[in-house]
Design a protein around this ligand. Structure first.
Ligand code: ATR
Length: 273
């Protein structure tokens, strides 16, 4: 019988997830369907319950429901627990397993696809929202030499240092404290890229040979990537690889089969111009 999966979010109209999972299912010969469901803003729990009751096997969850997805789960992974958010739910009998595959997707993209190993490197995450929370544990697991989180509102970055203190040592502060600091991998996890807003960043943060990564995808060169390029960074990436890799992680959790990501990333890549 065909197994059913879905993305639940609001909005979901422009989501690439049905395409990505459809391609994965085809390539791995898995008998499944994957659709996008737009839940009312006050109706995530009901939408999830009815999808589950109608035989759904699992869901991805996107904005603005990732926190609720975590709260409704019975068996969250440590990554989901520390992020306080889940993007992947798997229904097992009467249990709801939850995971957060965004951070692992990011790390897989950085290391496997872009060839930038994080071990021993100086890594800077910009932002202190949900995207950053999900990325901290998977990045820390690669043992960077220095791991910094800088945010417009410094207090939110400092709060992350406390929240993750048992797992990693974060250097935290405001964007205005980055003058003179230098990093090998700089990741924009703020939502500034979505609105094409520039971040007040000193060029010093881009060390020679650095990688500049913006988690947004399909927007071409964001102001952050544009600044990195102007500062001499030659390796620029947007979040298309992260999008496909987090989907591959979810697919593996559900199906026990890891799909190949390269062809799907190539298909979805929008040139950085
Ligand atoms: P998400 O879950 O997508 O991370 P979020 O929790 O709303 O979303 O967090 C958005 C992040 O982008 C925050 O770190 C925010 O900074 P503040 O904590 O100071 O609000 C950051 N952000 C959004 N727009 C920004 C801008 N124009 N300049 C700098 N930082 C910005």
């Amino acid at each position: 019988m065909t197994d059913r999966y879905a993305l639940i979010g609001h909005p979901v109209g422009h989501s690439k997830s049905p395409l990505i999972h459809g391609l994965f299912a085809q390539a791995t010969a898995q008998d499944l369907t994957y659709t996008a469901i737009e839940a009312p803003l006050d109706g995530f729990a009901d939408t999830l319950a009815s999808f589950r009751a109608s035989g759904g096997r699992g869901t991805n969850v996107t904005v603005p429901f990732k926190l609720q997805a975590f709260e409704l789960s019975t068996d969250p992974s440590e990554t989901a627990r520390l992020a306080g958010a889940a993007n992947t739910l798997k229904f097992v009998d009467d249990r709801i397993h939850a995971d957060n595959t965004d951070g692992v997707g990011l790390v897989n993209d950085l290391q496997r696809n872009l060839g930038h190993r994080l071990a021993g490197k100086r890594v800077l995450l910009l932002g202190a929202g949900g995207a950053t929370r999900g990325a901290i544990l998977p990045i820390a697991a690669e043992h960077p030499a220095l791991f910094a989180v800088a945010n417009r509102t410094a207090a939110r970055a400092h709060a992350l240092r406390s929240a993750f203190a048992a797992h990693t040592v974060l250097q935290t502060g405001g964007l205005d404290e980055l003058q003179g600091e230098s990093f090998d991998v700089i990741i924009n996890a703020t939502s500034a890229g979505l609105t094409q807003s520039a971040l007040p960043l000193p060029d010093s943060i881009f060390a020679p040979g650095a990688l500049a990564y913006d988690m947004v995808y399909g927007k071409g060169l964001t102001p952050f990537l544009r600044q990195a390029r102007a500062a001499g960074v030659s390796t620029l990436a947007d979040g298309v690889g992260m999008l496909v890799e987090q989907a591959a992680e979810s697919f593996t959790i559900w199906r026990g089969v890891r799909p190949d990501t390269r062809a799907v990333i190539e298909r979805l890549t929008v040139p950085l111009v």
